[in-house]
Design a protein around this ligand. Structure first.
Ligand code: FES
Length: 156
């Protein structure tokens, strides 16, 4: 674990939660210490600032300087919001992560990232790869896209 990870996120949330406009500086501090704003912190951030998870996600995704994953070559964003949850998004994310880990060509080169609603709920479960939002996704479909992307990167 790096020196950057020694910050106590709970203390940061407490320090900023009562400050008007405190969300952005708090997110900056988290990213400064963690290298990114981990998506598993979104529920705690939302609770601290009395916001919905979607509002926190909206802020993170609006500002391009925020990262929700350590920088990797490639990320697959998988929606974890309610409609996609009801269509198996948690299992999809778990199975996709396992499949990526099991594939020596993809391991460490492709990351998964939890996001909260692409506005494509009618086609749940959804994922985004680059700027493309895909609906009715499966692990096999996402692995296929990841393989073609990584192969493309490999030959650049
Ligand atoms: S809940 Fe997944 S796209 Fe809206």
């Amino acid at each position: 674990m790096s020196e950057l990870n020694k910050v106590d996120t709970g203390q940061l949330l407490e320090a900023y939660r009562h400050t008007e406009g405190g969300l952005l500086p708090c997110l900056h501090e988290i990213q400064k210490h963690e290298g990114h704003v981990p998506t598993h912190l979104i529920p705690a951030i939302a609770s601290a600032f009395n916001l919905s998870r979607a509002e926190v996600w909206g802020t993170l995704s609006f500002y391009s300087f925020f990262r929700t994953e350590p920088q990797t070559k490639y990320a697959i964003q998988v929606c974890q919001a309610e409609s996609c949850q009801s269509m198996g998004a948690f299992r999809l994310m778990s199975d996709l992560s396992s499949a990526l880990d099991a594939d020596p060509n993809l391991r460490g080169r492709v990351a998964t990232e939890a996001v909260y609603c692409f506005g494509n709920c009618a086609c749940s479960p959804c994922a985004r790869i680059d700027s493309d939002v895909l609906g009715d996704v499966s692990v096999e479909m996402l692995l296929s896209v990841a393989r073609s992307h990584v192969d493309g990167v490999k030959h650049d």
